[in-house]
Design a protein around this ligand. Structure first.
Ligand code: PGA
Length: 240
């Protein structure tokens, strides 16, 4: 694995003015020289404009979801070719918020990943256990099952990234311990082979360096701290 992947997931945040300002501030810092590969995943309404702002910066753009069909009568949905068309290179799939609020299943996530691959996008497939699953000692079993069900045939290090995001660490300020991250990433490595593996869940400027040094951590998926340009830049600077 070469450069660390530093992915910002803006979730449902950002209007045109603040989104474009944040993207251009991050682009300016990247042009000044950062070692990681940065990816910004704005809400769908901002992807086209953010991609335009990021032109020439070396920063890639990604979507936060896509449909498993390329087009058709699916009101409100966005397809993988549409994301590609407006400048995306990546798409986040199966984020725990979508597994929870949109009831997405492993099968659907695998179908979406296949659609992403067909459109030439890199799928960032998210997995992670809940608080109750960890307390009952089932974290490894749950994550293994999610990996088994949501990585499609044809996945390779060229088109697929895994993101391990323990649900209880997302947006809570609680980070998994270094030992827990190391253990889970080692387990994921045995299942996912050479696919890059990101850690996500309350990654901030002050813990990014430590997390990015853990074995089998190929990058980070950042929510809250990606909404402030200076915080996200500081995380990218922490990449070795
Ligand atoms: P967080 O979110 O950094 O705000 O915890 C991470 C994510 O949900 O991808």
């Amino acid at each position: 694995m070469g450069k660390k992947l530093i992915v910002g997931n803006w979730k449902m945040n950002g209007l045109v003015a603040d989104g474009l300002k944040r993207a251009s501030d991050i682009a300016a810092a990247a042009k000044a020289g950062l070692s990681g590969q940065m990816v910004l995943c704005p809400p769908a309404t901002l992807i086209g404009a953010v991609s335009a702002v990021l032109q020439g910066s070396g920063i890639a753009t990604g979507g936060q979801d896509c449909h498993d069909k390329p087009s058709g009568a699916y009101t409100g949905n966005i397809s993988a070719p549409m994301l590609k068309d407006i400048g995306c290179a990546y798409v986040i799939l199966g984020h725990s918020e979508r597994r929870l609020y949109e009831r997405e299943t492993d099968n659907q996530i695998a179908a979406k990943a296949q659609a992403a691959h067909a459109a030439g996008l890199i799928a960032i497939i998210c997995v992670g256990e809940s608080d109750a699953e960890r307390s009952s000692g089932k974290a490894g079993e749950i994550v293994s099952r999610q990996l088994q069900g949501s990585i499609p045939e044809g996945a390779s290090e060229k088109n697929t990234v895994i993101a391990y995001e323990p649900v209880w660490a997302i947006g809570t300020g609680k980070v998994a311990s270094t030992a827990d991250i190391a253990d889970m990433h080692a387990l994921i490595r045995t299942k996912a082979g050479v696919l890059p593996i990101l850690y996500g869940g309350s990654v901030k400027a002050d813990n990014a360096q430590e997390i990015l040094r853990i074995a089998n951590v190929d990058g980070v998926l950042v929510g809250g701290a990606s909404l402030k340009a200076e915080d996200f830049i500081a995380i990218a600077k922490a990449a070795p």
